[in-house]
Write a protein that binds this ligand. Structure first.
Ligand SMILES: [Zn+2]
Length: 162
């Protein structure tokens, strides 16, 4: 049976513009219970990264991150289209078993609202994540939420783990 595992992940990267090495703590979501595949996917995410986080020195975004960001936008657009389509379909079929239709309608509406919020926030993600990048050895200079995430990651997966 497949299950989803969520965990914090440290993603290291180097800025393509100014060469600064930095990392951020991202969230990995892996849908696989097979241990071998789980670690393969975890490894892949560690290398490829999970988020769009600009360089803490010059705020430049690497090419791979741009690609991920554009891809995320497309996936959200598709999800919004599917949920909106589902909503229209449910509204057209409303007479057939009203209770069931209310349930389906609300589910589609909820999904649509969530994707819409994601889509509206999407253009600002690189800006919102400006403080998320941390330069190794200069963890103290990171913004508070980045520091909190880093401490959380460190206590479970990092050197601070007991
Ligand atoms: Zn840079």
């Amino acid at each position: 049976m497949a299950s989803t595992v969520k965990r914090l992940l440290r993603c290291d990267t180097t800025c393509e513009k100014c060469g600064t090495d930095y990392f951020y703590i991202g969230e990995a979501e892996i849908k696989d219970s097979d241990p071998t595949k789980y670690f393969e996917k975890l490894e892949k995410l560690t290398v490829e990264g999970t988020d769009v986080v600009p360089c803490p020195s010059c705020h430049k975004i690497n090419k791979a991150m741009w690609k991920r960001w554009i891809g995320d936008g497309f996936s959200m657009l598709i999800a919004a289209a599917i949920s909106a389509g589902g909503l229209v379909l449910v509204m057209n079929l409303f007479d057939e078993g009203v209770v069931l239709m209310w349930g389906l309608g609300l589910a589609c509406l909820g999904w649509f609202a969530m994707t819409l919020i994601g889509l509206l926030a999407w253009p600002f993600v690189p800006l919102m994540n400006r403080g998320a990048g941390i330069i190794p050895g200069r963890e103290d200079e990171a913004k508070d939420d980045a520091k909190i995430k880093y401490m959380a990651w460190n206590s479970v997966w990092g050197e601070g783990a007991s």
